[in-house]
Design a protein around this ligand. Structure first.
Ligand SMILES: Cc1ncc(COP(=O)(O)O)c(C=O)c1O
Length: 434
């Protein structure tokens, strides 16, 4: 008979039993319970969770209404391969989501994750346009499956040993005002990115061969890079000019994170296709490729499919998520708390020349850590030290950026003022200590 190991014993064997490809992840907290903005670990500690599972538990851990909806559905049934059986939560979700999606985003293909949503978006764009080319941005992250990693360029490590990738992908420059080689103004960053795109069109692929431009409206894994709105507006008009489809990857920005339900609404630019996941069901695996009825209707029977996508429990949770957004003033709280934490971080920045930039949109917050050498040299080592001191003090943040030099805060959208104050206190002390 196999002796049942204790949780502690199992933790000692993590690297014997799990693929080492995951071993770089941090901080591997041994969770036993989570509620609201808090995580509780096996050693009896309480942590303020300002990662929200990387932008997933936007309503806080175990939101009672979401939990209840999932439990009720589980009692009925928990799996349905879409098509063999249909179910009410799925169909109801297709009625509710269009009321909160950017205008015209009213038809859905449900999968299980962000990567799948991106795969769907790429496949849909190629299928309906009949064109091969996909343009993606340097520093972007779209997931780990083959199509998604083929359009990802945040770190070469994510691509190492995986060639050949899905062909037809071309990378161009994102508009990042903090790291623009031709000037520090937002307009310089827009010019730089547009010149780069023009180069791609002139040298590598004609716009008539391009199916889609795929962009994160705020680059997530690259460190919450908030582009000037003109960058996205220009992409919109270039797409209109050449009949190219504009895909917004809103996997990380979606479901309230930027202060509106989607960044497309916060920034006022309309995509043709969207990839959404993460916060959609507050922790239950669900994602969707979304487009207008007109576009999606061209994706003919049998051209894409799934076994688990649109799971009944996840769809019931997603419906409850929408109910909570409607009933609990979540977006207003996100905007208000976003302003509060951003102001606090900007105060901290004034005292430390190694904080190159503080960025924030809604409750996506980032501190870019640099060497105070006048060249904005990224300092990933210092960022990691800060994150570790924060962790020791009971605040979980996360890293971002190609070299890990960005300290990223992703609080739940239900975060309370006193939790923000506590987090800022810890940030202040942690940053001072390094
Ligand atoms: C913008 C973006 N797209 C896609 C993904 C991939 O999502 P998943 O990990 O659910 O496959 C992520 C994950 O962090 C993301 O941030």
């Amino acid at each position: 008979m196999i002796k049942k190991a204790s949780y502690k014993e199992l933790l000692g064997k993590v690297f014997d039993n799990l693929a080492p490809s995951f071993s770089e992840d941090w901080p591997k907290l041994a969770a036993v319970r989570a509620e609201g903005a808090y995580l509780y670990t096996e050693d009896g500690r309480e942590y303020l969770d300002f990662t929200s599972g990387i932008g997933v538990t936007n309503l806080g851990h175990n939101h009672p209404k979401v939990l209840q909806a999932a439990i009720e559905q589980m009692k009925l049934f928990s799996h349905s391969a879409v098509g063999i059986t249909l179910h009410e939560p799925l169909l109801r979700l297709t009625e509710v989501l269009p009321t909160v999606m950017p205008e015209g985003m009213d038809m859905f293909f449900f999968g299980n994750s962000g990567s799948e949503a991106v795969e769907g978006a790429i496949k849909l764009a190629r299928y309906v346009s009949g064109r091969p080319g996909i343009i993606a941005f340097r520093g972007g992250f779209h997931g780990r499956t083959y199509g998604a990693v083929s359009v990802t360029s945040i770190k070469s490590k994510y691509r190492l040993h995986y060639e050949p990738f899905v062909p037809g992908v071309y990378f161009t420059e994102y508009a990042n005002p903090f790291r623009c080689p031709i000037g520090n103004l937002p307009a310089d960053a827009v010019d730089w990115s547009m010149q780069s795109l023009e180069n791609v069109f002139n040298h590598y692929i004609s716009p008539t061969e391009v199916a889609a431009i795929l962009v994160e409206p705020v680059q997530g894994e690259n460190g919450y890079i908030i582009p000037p709105v003109d960058f996205l507006k220009n992409l919109r008009s270039i797409c209109d000019q050449h009949d190219i489809l504009l895909i917004f990857d809103e996997v990380q920005t979606g479901f309230g994170r930027t202060g509106q339900m989607f960044a497309a609404q916060t920034l006022g630019v309309r995509p043709d296709i969207m990839a959404v996941a993460k916060g959609i069901a507050n922790g239950f695996p669900l994602g969707a490729t979304v487009a207008s009825r007109e576009l999606m209707s061209k994706w003919q029977a049998g051209s894409h499919g799934t076994t688990f996508g649109g799971n009944p429990v996840a769809c019931a949770a997603a419906l409850a998520v929408q109910k909570v957004f409607a009933e609990e003033n979540i977006l207003k709280n996100c905007r208000k708390m976003g302003v509060k934490i951003l102001a606090g971080l900007q105060e901290i920045q004034k005292k430390h020349d190694f904080i190159g930039e503080v960025r924030g949109l809604g409750l996506m917050l980032a501190l870019e850590i640099v060497k105070p050498d006048g060249h904005k040299t990224p300092d990933g080592e210092k960022a990691f030290k800060i994150l570790n001191v924060m962790l020791d003090s009971g605040l979980v943040g996360y890293m971002a950026g190609t070299t890990g030099n960005v300290v990223r805060l992703i609080p739940p959208l239900v975060v309370k003022p006193e939790q923000i104050e506590k987090a800022l206190e810890i940030m202040e002390v942690s940053i001072r200590s390094v």
